[in-house]
Design a protein around this ligand. Structure first.
Ligand code: SAM
Length: 179
């Protein structure tokens, strides 16, 4: 990791496509991933090394909810959460990544002016995330018109995002900034 380069975090990178595309698009950038599935954390971490990105990226087998409190304050330039929370039953609510406990931790780890980007193809989920983030002190919509974005401006797409585009599904994108 280069100490003078910004560090971004992806929560739940899965098969890691976003990390590879983003690292290729922005050379002076370091990236971390916290992935709760050990298999994919290991595969993607090894593939990053094999692809020459190992000096500026790692994926750790971690539950983001327990790993974030161990991340230094004001250390991350941006946090991405792409297509999280594929659980719909009430009894699975405790698994949700975007939740009122995680959000203050995200505020803590972002640098001032740092950003939180969340996207999903489920409109109800997007509305829930928007309400939860709007209610979280320290995060404001990145644009005066509000947090919703029509496009992903980060020169990289997650595997689920590629699939949603191919399938013609609407994608709901939210961008917030640390005040
Ligand atoms: C629906 S998949 C989306 C994968 C990828 N972000 C994409 O858009 O293609 C959600 C991912 O989040 C991971 N995940 C779920 N809960 C997590 C948590 N608490 N901490 C870290 N990763 C988590 C899952 O293992 C899975 O890889």
């Amino acid at each position: 990791m280069r100490p003078d380069w910004p560090i971004e975090l992806e929560i739940g990178p899965g098969r890691g496509g976003f990390l590879f595309e983003r690292l290729a698009a922005v050379p002076q950038l370091c990236m971390l991933g916290f992935e709760i599935r050990r298999k994919w954390a290991t595969i993607v971490d090894n593939k990053l090394k094999a692809s020459g990105f190992g000096q500026r990226s790692r994926v750790f087998y971690e539950d983001a909810r327990s790993a974030l409190p161990r991340v230094p304050a004001a250390s991350l330039a941006r946090v991405y959460i792409h297509f999280p929370d594929p659980w719909w039953k009430k009894r699975h609510e405790k698994r949700l990544v975007v939740n009122p406990t995680l959000l203050p931790e995200l505020v803590r780890v972002l640098v001032p002016g740092g950003e939180l980007f969340v996207q999903t193809d489920v409109e109800d989920r997007a509305a829930e995330y928007e309400a939860a983030i709007d209610a979280c002190p320290g995060l404001v919509a990145a644009a005066p018109a509000g947090p919703r974005l029509a496009e992903n401006p980060f020169l990289a797409r997650s595997p689920r995002e590629h699939r949603a585009i191919k399938d013609g599904l609407p994608i709901h994108r939210l961008l917030y900034r640390k005040a």
